[in-house]
Design a protein around this ligand. Structure first.
Ligand code: G3H
Ligand code: ZN
Length: 280
């Protein structure tokens, strides 16, 4: 069933679990993720990143995610991830996304606030949820290096007071696109932010976070945990394995089905860690 981020977070916030948000790039990714969520009876957020939007187009991404969402019994959010331009946000809203992230993290505080306010105003009138980011999570989805700026608690507070977003992404030690688990989470900083801002938090770059830390974080005030790179990694690894053991293979569905299975298994594992199993 298709739902909004706000609706899911109302229940997950201040609870002992967090909702998994997975990046999709293809139809197979989306189906495999929903399958994992169904097996675990977990709500799930499907996210279309800038590279997914480039690949699929806004309208097809929205249509695909929403149709898949309508066909399943688990609550699914169709979320636009890391949109840096207002134009793409409005197109996504029109196309049917139930949630959008406005990413003004590389702008000045004032400009980030101003643009986020515009997005929130339009989104509210349409019943669409909004996530924004304060501080900056390092290394972009496209792979360019960006130094991380940890979120300051007082700045997060002021940002939220001015924007009233439904979910707030903060920088607390992760970086995007980590291949290995090496994020150094600053738990003290998380606590300080939680003490002053009453909003569900979002963790980006979660592929780099250890299982132990993911578990711990999902029991804090995080409502949404973004996971992308690890799914790409297991997918491509599986394809490589199959092709090297069977170089004569001619049927792409054999490849895609096996790679999708690897995604479903990873999704199930992450859901176990985040504690969202059975929360539908
Ligand atoms: O917005 C997407 C996420 O932050 C994914 O990060 O690819 O490092 O897991 P990741
Ligand atoms: Zn991210």
């Amino acid at each position: 069933m298709l739902t909004t981020l706000k609706e899911l977070l109302q229940v997950a916030y201040r609870s002992n679990y967090a909702i998994p948000a997975f990046n999709i790039h293809t139809y197979e990714d989306a189906v495999a993720i929903i399958k994992g969520a169904e097996e675990m009876k977990s709500p799930v957020i499907l996210m279309a990143s800038p590279s997914a939007i480039k690949h699929l187009g806004v309208e097809i991404a929205a249509f695909m995610m929403n149709e898949l969402a309508k066909k399943t019994f688990v609550p699914v959010v169709s979320h636009l991830d890391h949109a840096r331009e207002l134009d793409i946000i409005f197109r996504a809203m029109k196309a049917g996304f139930t949630s959008v992230m406005y990413d003004g993290s590389d702008l000045s505080f004032e400009q980030n606030v101003r643009n986020t306010q515009i997005v929130v105003k339009v989104a509210r009138s349409l019943g669409i949820s909004v996530e924004a980011e304060i501080g900056r999570v390092g290394k972009s989805e496209d792979g360019e290096e960006i130094s991380q700026i940890l979120t300051e608690p007082a700045v997060a507070k002021e940002f939220f007071q001015n924007t009233e977003v439904d979910a707030l992404a903060i920088a607390v030690g992760t970086a995007h696109a980590m291949q290995k688990q090496e994020a150094q989470i600053n738990f003290e900083r998380i606590q300080q932010i939680q003490n002053v801002v009453d909003v569900p938090l979002v963790l980006h770059g979660s592929s780099g976070v250890t299982d132990e830390d993911l578990k711990k974080i999902s029991r804090m005030n995080f409502g949404k945990i973004n996971i992308g790179t690890v799914l790409k990694t297991v997918y491509v690894k599986k394809i490589r394995e199959i092709l090297s053991s069977n170089p004569q293979l001619k049927d792409q569905l054999t490849l895609l089905n096996a790679a999708s299975k690897a995604i479903t298994e990873t999704v199930i594992h992450k859901i176990e860690l985040l504690g969202s199993s059975g929360k539908i």
